[in-house]
Structures are given as C-alpha cells and as structure tokens.
Design a protein around this ligand. Structure first.
Ligand code: NAP
Length: 297
C-alpha cells in the first residue's frame, strides 16, 4: 500500500479509526495532544510523533479527528502545526465535526501551501470507528476525493455530497435531528413514567410505533440500564448545537427548536454532565419530575 498517513487526534473516535488504518496495512504516524493516548494506539503498529508538524512532514494523507473548531485550528495553524510542515499535494481529511466557516479557513491555509482538503465528518460512533464501518459525508473536489478514497474506504463508506463545507453543513443538520429526536424521547419517557406507566412497556410501545428511530434504538438501552459512559460525550453534542446556531446565523436564519435544545445542553454542562454520554440529557428532566426511567425487571 505504501501510503504514509499522519493521524491527528487519538480520542474516542480517532483511536479506533487509526487502529483500523494500521490493521489494513497503512503506515500510520500518530500525534495527539496527550501523548499517552497516541502511544496506546501505536502499540497496534504505528509510530508516535511529538508534534503535528513532525507527523505530517512525510505524509501523503493527513487525517484529523479533533474535538471542535478551536482544537482543529490549534493543530493546523498553531506552533509546530500542520501548516508549518505540510507538503504540496498532500491531502488533509478532516473528520472532526466543525463549523463550515472553520472548514473554509483550514482549506484556505492548506491551499496556500499547495495542499488539498476534504471535509469528511462521520456518522457512527466508537464501535463503528473500531470496525471500519463509519459513514463519511464528504465535501470537496471529486479529483481530490479519488486520490484519498482508499484511505476513507478503509475506515467506512463514502458519500460525496458536493464541494468543501457541505460535508460540515450536512453533519450539523443530521445532528440537529438526532438531538431533537432524543429530547422528544427523553420528555416522553419522563412524562409517561411520572404518569405511572411501566418504562419497559412504554419503550416497547414507542419502538413498535412510527415514533421509533435509530437514535432511540441506540440510546434507550443505555438509559434503561442507567449506563451513561460516553459513546458520544454530551459536551460534544452541546458544541454541535452551538455550531448549528452559528451556521444558521451565518445564513441569516433563526432555528427555534435548535435554540431551545442548545439552551438545554448548556444547562446540562452547568450540571456537570459534559463528560457523560449525551443520553444523560434525560437526567435534568428526571430530577425535575422526581422519577427515574429504568428497566423494571
Ligand atoms: P474525544 O474523545 O473527546 O477526543 C477529542 C480529541 O481532540 C482528542 O484527541 C483530544 O486530545 C483532542 N483535543 C481536544 N482539544 C484539543 C486542543 N485544544 N488541542 C489539541 N487537541 C485537542 O472526542 P471524539 O468522540 O473522538 O470526537 C472527535 C470528533 O468527532 C468531534 O468533533 C465529535 O463531535 C465527532 N464525532 C464524535 C462521535 C462519537 O460518537 N464520539 C460521532 C461522530 C462524530 P486529548 O486526548 O489530548 O484530550
């Protein structure tokens, strides 16, 4: 395969994605702010770099999987960052969920160095990252995508939806549907439990009706078992709701439900729930109603 990949960001998602590339025979150099996490992943057969610049200097393709716009911009344009060392012709695939203006800023910085970029945020969580079964929603030039397709397909399916920035827009739009659906589920379950309904029976009714959805199927078992260990940390969905509102503002729009959702997520952060899975958004509702939604048996 002889493709040198620089992988930047060994968090919940990035560690699985990088391990997947190593397993599939790519030569992977990892950089992570917290070095120990990169070293753990590199144990599967990669190398660890001491800076983003060192990681990208011999790379054909760079993959970034970072928390938010500030993290991405720090790694790209900070001291010893990607821009200081990337070579012309190198492709950067950014899979972080960031705002479209951030994507365009990174694109401009890379273009000035003769490098290319795809915005390729993902669907799926840490289990899919580990198995190479993520869904990439890609914004960027077709010719650039073809040069990086093997790397993306080693980690999941590719859906090319248009030019740079559209991948980022699409990802935020889907996360708005996910956050809204989960919030409706939370309110419905707390309401039903408060009214004296059996939680198991109520969940079965939802899942056998047209109200069922992928996100409810995924998150309901976590709520029912009271296991809020993070697959998608609540603080990251709070960030995404902020980015949805920023995106709407930049397009001259107001989104009433997203505004309410975002305020709820900020409240959860104040309550100290940021590190838990975003299924923990049910907790403030439960507290207010003095009930808990859980398995009865
Ligand atoms: P995570 O476990 O919190 O990892 C975040 C990564 O960003 C870590 O490598 C972290 O480094 C790095 N980072 C954070 N702040 C930084 C900074 N200021 N400078 C440099 N590096 C910084 O998050 P994740 O779950 O892997 O998510 C990564 C991205 O994928 C996010 O944009 C998220 O919205 C998106 N996403 C997540 C999921 C999911 O299910 N988890 C699904 C789809 C998309 P340290 O290790 O040093 O903290």
């Amino acid at each position: 395969m002889n493709r040198n990949i620089a992988f930047i960001g060994a968090g919940l998602m990035g560690s699985g994605m990088a391990r997947c590339l190593i397993r599939k025979g790519f030569s992977v150099t990892l950089y992570n702010r917290t070095r120990a996490k990169a070293e753990e992943v590199a144990g599967a057969g990669g190398r660890v770099a001491g800076s983003a610049a060192e990681a990208v200097k011999d790379a054909d393709v760079v993959v970034t999987m970072l928390a938010d716009p500030a993290a991405l911009l720090g790694v790209i344009e900070g001291e010893d960052g990607v821009v200081s060392a990337i070579s012309p012709g190198t492709i950067l695939i950014d899979s972080s969920t960031v705002s479209p203006p951030t994507t365009h800023r990174v694109l401009g910085l890379l273009k000035a160095k003769g490098a290319d970029m795809l915005d390729a945020p993902v669907f799926g969580s840490k289990n899919e990252a580990e198995k190479g079964e993520l869904g990439f929603i890609v914004g960027g030039d077709s010719a650039v995508l073809e040069r990086a397709r093997d790397v993306l397909e080693a980690m999941g399916r590719v859906n090319h939806i248009g030019g740079n920035g559209l991948g980022a827009h699409a990802k935020l739009a889907v996360n708005l549907v996910i956050a809204g659906t989960l919030q409706c589920f939370n309110e419905a379950m707390v309401l039903a439990t408060k009214a004296g309904l059996d939680s198991d029976a109520m969940l079965k009714i939802i899942l056998s009706s047209r109200a069922r959805s992928g996100i409810i199927e995924m998150k309901a078992p976590q709520v029912m078992k009271r296991d809020f260990s993070p697959f998608f940390p609540l603080q990251l969905m709070a960030k995404d709701m902020r980015l949805v509102l920023e995106s709407a503002r930049s397009l001259g729009m107001e989104l009433p439900m997203a505004t309410t959702l975002s305020a709820g997520y900020e409240g959860c952060l104040t309550d100290g729930l940021g590190g838990e899975d975003f299924a923990a958004t049910i907790k403030p509702l439960e507290q207010q109603a003095a009930v808990e939604v859980k398995e009865m048996s």
